[in-house]
Design a binder for this molecule. Structure first.
Ligand code: PEP
Ligand code: MG
Length: 561
């Protein structure tokens, strides 16, 4: 039995065979020529055959899909036969280029042409690049990029997943996620928790496993076991019972002595919001608006944005919905806002800072939010990501006021914002702690890097002290302005208790974690939560903090989380 230890980021225990996520297709070398003995006619015929195969594969996937996904796959399948794409490549082959290089260059010019046309056409520009990569993979005899297509369920093994990969991830087929890279705050972890899939990240060596290997994944313990035995089989069967125990949430988060802690949901669009309302969320604590537009090459219109935002507001009539303005950059690039050539994107022009380089986009977004809010019954709050100074907070509040939005706030994700929370909260109505980025910046550890997973955890006493400083800053400001947490820390039931003990007012998380967090919170009084917070704050490191707190919460063991 071989064990690959990693970091458990989403609970659940399953056994299944694995499929590796293929590596991205590399660019064929510039100037690559036809191999000796291959005529341009042969190469063009091989190219057409590969393009046909890509078309047929995408069409077959479209036939199995439904709704929006079906339409997108059908349109993409047709692109593989696009005359301009194939003819452009054939011309280059006639001049001596290899088929791979020819389709690569032809794809680039078609994509650029679509991009320049703007509107709907520009949206297809990235699809052409996807089709081109598939054709190159087919010509090379490699697996197609993206999540493997399969009719039978499997455990997906990848280096890491990007937010855009979720679009094609079918949770009925993908039973668990395991990555060799990625940290506890990586998007793989966020995706797994939102889909309720067991997941382990930073499990070094898993990328060496062959497709079809049977493994056991324990997403709480963080282990991946090859050739599972009887113990693992019993554990996987037992999980099904635990999962049903955890599925009941009454809709009100509170401690054993009745201290109310609203449990809110993190959502990326209307569909998520409807599901979160169904699962009992008391509102939305983080609407990641950039998730609505990840595939866009161009700025969405005000009307289009207003429709997307209204989809979320309408799921929570009369309830609080905290919308975050576009957080483009670093791990969530948006082509129309992000400069892909920045040497250090996490420290670059991202989040609120894009207002400097792309003026007008934020103003139009606020206009769209106000338009959507006016036509809905939700209590709409708006916050800016990546705020670093009180001056930025004041500017943002001014822009919100101009747009007629009454409840401006900020995310506290940069240590400077935590340290100056008192001055910042003088300018806005509320703060929400983004512990994912706050941890990355406090520890100077890229949240996407597996080897740094040990540093990159919100259990770090340094991060907890920044949370404490933020709460104290809000109290010093005097008027009881609320401070919530919307980072992944809130979805960890033991850490959620610590956050409440530190004085945080609300917790926002993926809706799938609501029941577990509520169940554990209900077992402690507010004073006990405060004691646990003290215990964590005074620990010498993250591991000790986590162990000390978990030891005092026997309910975690009982629930297997
Ligand atoms: C965070 O940084 O904690 C956060 C909630 O934002 P995101 O994960 O989208 O960067
Ligand atoms: Mg963030």
């Amino acid at each position: 039995m071989q064990n690959f230890p990693g970091v458990g980021v989403s609970p659940g225990r399953v056994i299944a065979t694995i499929r590796q996520m293929p590596k991205p297709v590399s660019e064929p070398p510039l100037g690559e020529q036809l191999p000796a003995g291959v005529t341009p006619e042969d190469a063009t015929a091989a190219l057409k055959k590969a393009a046909d195969a890509v078309h047929d594969e995408l069409k077959a996937r479209a036939d199995r899909a439904s709704g929006d996904g079906k339409a997108v796959l059908e349109a993409t399948a047709l692109m593989a036969k696009d005359t301009m794409l194939i003819k452009g490549a054939a011309k280059l082959i006639a001049k001596g280029s290899s088929a791979e290089r020819a389709i690569w260059e032809s794809g680039a010019s078609v994509s650029e042409m679509l991009h320049n046309l703007g509107g709907y056409m520009a949206e297809r520009a990235t699809d052409i690049l996807d089709v081109r990569a598939r054709i190159v993979a087919e010509l090379r005899g490699q697996a197609a990029p993206g999540i493997p297509a399969s009719a039978t369920p499997f455990i997906l093994v990848a280096e890491d997943l990007a937010p855009a990969d979720t679009a094609t991830l079918n949770p009925d087929i993908v039973l668990a996620l395991v990555t060799s890279g990625g940290g506890p705050q990586s998007h793989t972890a966020i995706i797994a928790r939102s889909l309720g899939l067991p997941a382990v990240v930073a499990a070094r060596g898993v990328d060496e496993l062959a497709d079809g290997t049977e493994v056991y994944v324990d997403g709480a313990a963080g282990s991946v076991v090859v050739e599972p035995g009887d113990t693992e089989r019993a554990a996987a069967e037992g999980w099904a019972t635990t999962a049903s125990l955890l599925s009941a949430f009454t809709g009100k988060g509170e401690t054993a002595d009745g201290h109310h802690v609203p449990l809110l949901a993190n959502v990326g669009g209307g569909k998520d919001a409807a599901a979160a309302a169904e699962l009992g969320a008391e509102g939305v604590g983080l609407f990641r608006t950039e998730f609505c537009f990840l595939e866009r090459d161009t700025e969405p219109s005000v009307e289009e944005q207003a429709a997307a935002y209204k989809g979320v507001f309408d799921a929570f009539p009369g309830k609080k919905v905290v919308l975050r303005t576009l957080d483009a950059g670093a791990d969530k690039p948006l082509p129309f806002l992000t400069d892909a050539t920045e040497p250090n994107p996490a420290l670059g022009v991202r989040g609120y800072r894009t207002d400097m380089t792309s003026p007008g986009v934020l103003q139009r977004q606020l206009q769209a939010i106000a338009q959507a809010a006016a036509g809905s019954e939700a209590d709409v709050w708006v916050m800016a990501p990546m705020i670093s100074t009180a001056a930025e907070a004041a500017d943002f509040a001014g822009m919100c006021a101009e747009a007629g939005l009454k409840t401006p706030g900020v995310m506290v994700e940069v240590p400077s914002a935590a340290v100056t929370a008192d001055s910042i909260l003088r300018e806005v109505q509320f703060a929400s702690l983004g512990t994912n980025d706050l941890t990355q910046y406090a520890m100077a550890a890229d949240r996407q890097l597996g080897p740094l997973a040990g540093l990159n955890t919100p259990w770090q006493p340094a991060v907890l002290r920044l949370v404490k400083l933020s709460v104290e800053g809000a109290a010093a400001e005097g008027s009881g302005k609320p401070v919530g947490v919307c980072g992944e820390a809130a979805a960890d039931p033991a850490l959620a208790v610590v956050l409440v003990g530190l004085g945080v007012n609300t917790l926002s998380m993926t809706a799938r974690s609501l029941a577990a967090v509520a169940a554990v919170l209900k077992t402690v009084t507010l004073d006990e939560a405060r004691d646990l917070a003290q215990l964590a704050l005074s620990a010498s490191d993250a591991t000790e903090a986590r162990l000390r707190v978990r030891e005092k919460l026997p309910v975690l063991e009982e629930l297997g989380i």
